[in-house]
Ligand binder design. Structure first.
Ligand code: S3P
Length: 172
């Protein structure tokens, strides 16, 4: 069983992925953590020192490595992963993909929190007013990719546990 969780920043991919992996007794992999580990730099530092294009190249490389080599896992990818190169087709051809769909408002509520904003290089310098506009535009552009996922699960007003259970019960 290979499951890929995708969706916008702060849609709960990693925390839901961890819960789901526990329930299904399969390993959990977080693509950002893996990139950071392999590159021996935080995601912020990769963006700052090496630039976004370098990050996107590494993202493609490690995504392909995991999808092609490892069996049985739950993988949480970054918010931008499905939107570069042929990543979305590679994901769909090699796993069951699930889009965790959160509303603009709930994404904004989470990302406007200082702690969440600081660790995300694409938004860390934006004021909250700019942030709302940025998310609206970005989400609209990215939706073309996200909606190609095999399944969509709405996340608003549900706990992480409920979402993981919802996904798990549809996997029986
Ligand atoms: C990004 C999302 C981040 C991380 C990087 C770029 C994006 O992951 O991969 O900062 O382009 O949306 P999360 O979705 O886990 O925040």
């Amino acid at each position: 069983m290979k499951i890929v969780l995708l969706g916008y920043m702060a849609s709960g991919k990693s925390s839901i992925g961890k819960k789901l992996a526990e329930m299904r007794h399969v390993p959990f992999v977080d693509l950002d953590d893996l990139i950071s580990e392999k590159e021996e730099l935080s995601i912020q530092d990769i963006f700052r020192i090496k630039g976004e294009i370098y990050f996107r190249k590494k993202e493609i490389e490690y995504l392909n490595d995991i999808l092609l080599q490892k069996d049985n896992f739950i993988l949480a990818v970054g918010g931008g992963t499905p939107c570069y190169g042929s990543n979305m087709s590679v994901i769909n051809d090699n796993s069951t993909s699930i889009y965790l769909k959160s509303s603009l408002q709930s994404i904004y509520n989470k990302l406007s929190d200082k702690k969440n904003k600081r660790k995300r290089p694409l938004i860390s310098e934006l004021s909250n007013l700019e942030l709302k506009e940025f998310i609206a535009k970005h989400l609209f552009e990215r939706n073309t990719f996200y909606k190609q996922a095999h399944y969509t699960v709405k996340t608003d007003n549900k706990s992480k546990k409920e979402i993981a259970q919802e996904i798990s019960s549809n996997m029986q």
